[in-house]
Design a protein around this ligand. Structure first.
Ligand code: GLN
Length: 474
């Protein structure tokens, strides 16, 4: 039996006085403590969460309407600014940093009665695919403690599958919501770029950073999206949300035109993963979907393009961590310059340094044209290919990753091998379209995610398809 009711039901029961927010917070905090060996959590917000729960229970006792997420506990990836604990992004350089303001999404969730109970582990600054780049510790896969949960939102995905809370927040710059969702067996939703405000989330690569939910069902993810989506004056890249709700999904597979991405189904794809995806395709076909194979030839360049543009933006975004304003400062510097360099040398981990160096290199005069500019040109080509395909099909389908969860330690000494994990997720970010990972079975006891994608702003349609598919696949 699952530990949590559907999110909408929890909120209704809390509002009706049948469940107490304080009991739900206690349940979440106890689950966090009893499953501590998975190391999904960096810090729990016991006092702040209890206080909020008490307030919510009191407001309900007074007859107030608390909101659509009344009393629902959740966990935020530790790159979200949240009051009540440090925000570290799992990096040593942010140790000791407390948020002067909260992220817009946290404010929106709280305004509907949700309660943040903990901060989840991640690859430091969200750079990675396994949480092994966390400066603190590696989260373990809920299905096999010797394996990674995926990354970078690995703590959030593990938390949801371990049922610490009904949902968690993640960020997806190149796959970081979908990959851990696939590796852990959760639903992970990456919205259209700009649909959810990035304000108050530690920036990684600003042109592809997106915020979204990890949950156990598409309905739960859709409800969270409905609360957090929309234009925000604090993030100039945000767009208007759909006028209609993202909930009440009336998805139907019948008659939907779905393109299977040929480039994702070929060489290098693990046979067990392939079998799950093919079985899913058959079920969708049997339910009336019109499935064809489609080709996006420039996809072969997507990973290379991403690993130029992403580090370029990372090097710029990480420049602000100079040891003076945020978190950690080296104590043995004799001048300001020395303080900058020592704080950065000690505070940043290996992967952040690697990305700063690559990013600075591809942006430097002399190499800018050869790398950064060329990557942007190819990015435009990829965008054009996706646009042309979406004139022919409603949705695209493929795996999330070529493999299931790998062993802890297996790829840590080989960054290129690690980057290959992202080969089927990064294009979505380059193009800014929405995509979702839903559980599509298991291979050797490990979860396999099915990735569904839609055109920009077709989030509602995508969630509808995801819901209909989820029903067919489970
Ligand atoms: N794994 C990818 C990377 O390391 C994506 C990370 C992310 O989406 N935050 O860049």
């Amino acid at each position: 039996m699952s530990a949590w009711l559907p999110i909408a039901t929890i909120a209704q029961k809390v509002q009706a006085g049948e469940l107490k927010a304080s009991e739900l917070v206690e349940q979440a905090l106890q689950a966090i403590a009893s499953k501590a060996q998975f190391q999904a959590i960096i810090v729990s917000l016991d006092d702040a969460a209890h206080e909020r729960a008490k307030d919510i229970d009191a407001r309900i006792a007074r007859g107030e309407n608390v909101g659509r997420l009344a009393g629902v506990p959740f966990i935020a990836k530790d790159n979200f600014l949240v009051f009540g604990a440090e925000t570290t992004a799992a990096s040593n350089i942010l140790k000791g940093f407390t948020a002067p303001y909260q992220s817009t999404v946290i404010n929106k969730l709280e305004a509907e009665g949700a309660i943040c109970v903990a901060k989840a582990n991640l690859d430091a600054f969200a750079h990675g695919s396994s949480t092994e780049n966390s400066d603190f510790f590696t989260t373990k896969n809920p299905h096999d403690e010797t394996r990674v949960p995926g990354g970078s939102s690995g703590g959030s995905a593990a938390a949801v599958v371990l049922e610490l809370t009904p949902f968690a927040l993640g960020s997806d710059t190149g796959g970081s919501i979908r990959l851990p969702a696939s590796f852990c067996g959760a639903v992970g939703y990456k919205p259209t770029y700009g649909l959810v405000s990035r304000s108050g989330v530690v920036a990684m690569a600003s042109s592809t950073d997106t915020i979204g939910p990890l949950a156990r069902t598409v309905d739960d993810a859709a409800l969270v999206l409905d609360v957090i989506a929309g234009k925000d004056a604090l993030d100039s890249t945000t767009i208007d949300r759909d006028a209609v709700s993202y909930t009440d999904l009336l998805g139907d597979v019948k008659g939907k035109k779905i393109g299977v991405i040929k480039e994702y189904m070929g060489e290098g794809l693990d046979q067990g993963v392939k079998a799950c995806i093919e079985a899913a395709i058959e079920k969708l076909k049997a339910a009336g979907a019109e499935i064809t194979e489609v080709s996006l030839p420039s996809l072969s360049a997507a990973l290379a393009v991403y690993y130029i543009i992403c580090p370029a933006e990372v090097s710029s975004n990480l420049a602000r961590y100079d040891g003076q304003r945020f978190g950690f400062t080296s104590s043995d510097a004799e001048s300001l310059d020395e303080s900058y360099s020592k704080s950065r040398a000690v505070g940043f981990g290996k992967e952040a340094k690697r990305r700063i160096m690559i990013g600075t290199y591809v942006l430097s005069s002399g190499y800018y044209d050869a790398y950064y500019k060329k990557a942007q040109t190819v990015r435009t080509k990829i965008i054009n290919e996706f646009e042309a395909i979406f004139a022919k099909v409603d949705f695209l389908l493929g795996p999330v990753a070529p493999m299931t969860a790998f062993k802890i330690g297996e790829n840590v000494d080989d960054p290129l091998q690690m980057y290959l994990t992202d080969i089927m997720t990064v294009a979505v970010n380059m193009v800014g379209i929405p995509a979702v990972s839903i559980p599509a079975g298991v291979s050797d006891g490990l979860p396999v995610g099915l990735q569904l994608m839609a055109a920009q702003k077709a989030d509602r349609a995508l969630l509808g398809l995801a819901k209909a598919s989820e029903e067919l696949l489970v």
